[in-house]
Unconditional design. Structure first.
Length: 386
């Protein structure tokens, strides 16, 4: 369990280090304080379950459950960091990735190895067991959740993920473990951190058919005009996603990126972002794509294509879309591989655009810096478990 600790203001966002912005019924001491800093001390780092059984001054609510959220672009090393954090602090990992939810999509999503954890092969990743239902797996002794939640031909929305994630976080907390959310899908991370309510817009098939008949460039230009914020982060080469975003925007009269109602946060989330230099990140991306192809990406896509076709939402993802073009005879393999690298680099840039907007994220250069931040958040020298 967490130990009590006095939090202090640092250069980090106060909410991100676990200090509750609450007014105490009677201050422990006003001596040596100013009006501005009375609100932040003393505060306690308490158990992950919200401190059931802990005593608080009258009028002071208990804290929200604590979670750690690790974000960054693809190939930044966030999954390896998440694994290390979970090992050190007794946690379990929850993926926030719109690709890993699909069954059978292992190599192209780097799912088999826990992303950057240990290469691409399950054996190297230390995957020792699967939980019932195939929805999570143990990687190097750490339970990982958020995998294999839908078939590639089934729709799976951010609202579906939020329902699953909230339930899974509650389960992890109930067992006295630290939830470590690891993700590169910004909207899915937002679903956990900000607790929004999503509007459920049913398909408008007549409008969709009209949009499908138009060229991708024309569709993206219209979407960018109507929803500039959403256009910055959408996969502009994925026609299915552009069509859906434009369909919802036109049908509701409200930008697709604003199709939510803000809620009250449910968790005290320490958000950590892994920042990697552009040249180094591009090198890692290119190397990863080559490894995927070497370890059987073409065979994986061929099997999925036989079973589901290439026209599903899941199969329109980066890597799968390009290899489908190759299998359909529309491009040589070398061109498909190069296009996958190019699309992945563009995706990483969009990820950073999204995450850099959130000033609650604490950006670090490596795992050691991240660990120091976590230890301060939990109380220096106290650790996360007693």
């Amino acid at each position: 369990m967490l130990q009590a600790s006095t939090c202090r203001l640092t250069r980090w966002h106060p909410r991100s280090i676990g200090c509750s912005e609450v007014r105490m019924a009677r201050p422990l001491s006003w001596e040596g304080t100013t009006h501005s800093n009375r609100w932040f001390r003393p505060c306690q780092v308490l158990p992950f379950d919200g401190g059931r059984g802990a005593r608080y001054p009258r009028g002071m609510p208990g804290p929200m459950p604590k979670i750690i959220v690790i974000v960054g672009p693809t190939a930044s090393g966030k999954s390896a960091l998440g694994l290390e954090v979970a090992k050190r602090f007794g946690g379990e990992v929850l993926a926030a990735d719109s690709r890993t939810v699909y069954r059978g999509m292992e190599i192209g999503t780097a799912k088999s190895a826990g992303d950057e954890a240990s290469g691409l092969r399950p054996q190297a990743a230390g995957i020792s067991a699967l939980f019932p239902g195939g929805k999570s797996r143990v990687i190097q002794g750490v339970p990982h959740w958020g995998f294999d939640l839908a078939n590639p031909d089934e729709p799976y929305s951010v609202a579906d993920y939020k329902k699953y994630a909230d339930g899974k976080i509650a389960d992890i907390l109930k067992r006295g473990k630290l939830p470590v959310v690891v993700g590169g899908t910004g909207l899915w991370v937002k679903a956990i951190v900000d607790n929004p309510t999503y509007a459920q817009t049913p398909p408008v098939y007549a409008l969709r058919a009209q949009l499908d008949a138009r060229g991708l460039g024309d569709l993206y230009a219209e979407y960018k005009r109507l929803d500039p914020e959403g256009a910055e982060v959408i996969d502009r080469d994925n026609k299915r996603r552009v069509v859906r975003a434009l369909e919802v925007t036109l049908a509701t009269g409200k930008p697709f990126s604003q199709q939510l109602t803000k809620g009250d946060p449910k968790y005290d989330a320490l958000q950590i972002g892994l920042e990697v230099g552009r040249e180094e990140l591009n090198r890692r991306i290119d190397e990863r794509v080559e490894e995927m192809v070497a370890h059987g990406l073409v065979d994986e896509v061929r099997a999925l294509k036989t079973k589901y076709g290439c026209d599903t939402e899941a199969m329109s993802g980066i890597g799968y879309r390009q290899i489908c073009f190759f299998l359909d005879g529309k491009a040589p393999l070398a061109a498909a591989v190069e296009e996958t690298k190019k699309a992945t680099r563009a995706y990483a840039k969009r990820q950073m655009t999204w995450f850099k907007r959130d000033d609650r994220i604490n950006w670090v250069k490596g795992n050691e810096e991240a660990m120091g931040l976590i230890e301060e958040w939990a109380g220096v020298g106290k650790g996360l478990q007693g």
